[in-house]
Design a protein around this ligand. Sequence first.
Ligand SMILES: NC(=O)c1ccc[n+]([C@@H]2O[C@H](COP(=O)([O-])OP(=O)(O)OC[C@H]3O[C@@H](n4cnc5c(N)ncnc54)[C@H](OP(=O)(O)O)[C@@H]3O)[C@@H](O)[C@H]2O)c1
Length: 297
Amino acid sequence: MVQTMPDARPMAGKVVLITGGTGGIGKATAIGLAGLGARVGITGRDLERAKRAAAEIRTFSGNQAIDAFAADLSCQAEVRRLALTVLDAYPRLDVLVNNVGGFWAHQHTTADGLERTFALNHLAPFLLTNLLLDRLRASAPARIVNVSSHVQAEGRVEFDDLQGVRNYSGQSAYSQSKLANVMFTNELARRLEGTRVTATSLHPGFVRTDFGAEDQAWFFGLVGHVVRPFLKTPAQGAQTSIYLASSREVEGVTGQFFANSKPKTANKVAYDPAAMARLWQTSADLVGMKPAISCTN
Ligand SMILES: NC(=O)c1ccc[n+]([C@@H]2O[C@H](COP(=O)([O-])OP(=O)(O)OC[C@H]3O[C@@H](n4cnc5c(N)ncnc54)[C@H](OP(=O)(O)O)[C@@H]3O)[C@@H](O)[C@H]2O)c1
């Protein structure tokens, strides 16, 4: 009997871009996908830090094909510049992992005059994905993987106060942005029907990273300190991202939310066509994108 060996480098020949690959879950995702043979591009705000992370990813994965890109994704001009640099560097793009996300206890405003949580966690992946969509389509089958969180379940999209002008709470802003990730994913999946480009979202688990450290509420700082030893390692937290980016089991699977590499039902708003369409249009307006861009039907 002829036995077939499992492919040790199933991502060989594939090109993957991971936002926020300089630390935490993104870096562990990069190590995992590079280990499977992919060329991996990582992004961070500082080029030297991104280059150092790329060197470590090469060492841990044994794969030399790691590229470092720099952009502050809370600024739309930087998202646009990153997209142009990536399009120039990569003639094909097989997987985009929108991993960057942050939490701020206090309200901050971006260079574009937007609330930072919504701008970085939702508008940046919305804009970057749309700017890279033609390249992903041309590379099909391709995958878009959006890192959300379990807090999407308690999120509410405050269409009348998206920027938290009337009422800001770090927790509400974060859960709103993570629900927006799932709504964006599901609407994108619908718009990409028939293109062989899939879109999925995920909760990585509770993971020991630098998440939220820039501006932490004292209460979460205290709780975080106590529970830290019990959290997943970044390598464990990266497993669902790696699975959705690479596994044959999810070939063609689109418009679904995952946790622990299993499909899960998300917040019911993430299946509401009117709410998803409204979020898409509002986001397109906020990033100055013509509605027709990347809309296939
Ligand atoms: N950790 C958890 O328990 C947990 C749970 C649920 C969901 N998540 C989600 O998982 C994702 C990754 O979280 P993590 O815990 O790995 O976070 P992290 O340790 O804070 O890493 C964040 C990454 O994003 C980059 N980054 C931060 N701000 C940026 C900006 N303005 N522009 C560009 N890049 C920026 C950082 O790079 P530089 O600092 O080099 O710029 C870093 O590579 C997030 O979307 C988060 O919402 C995390």
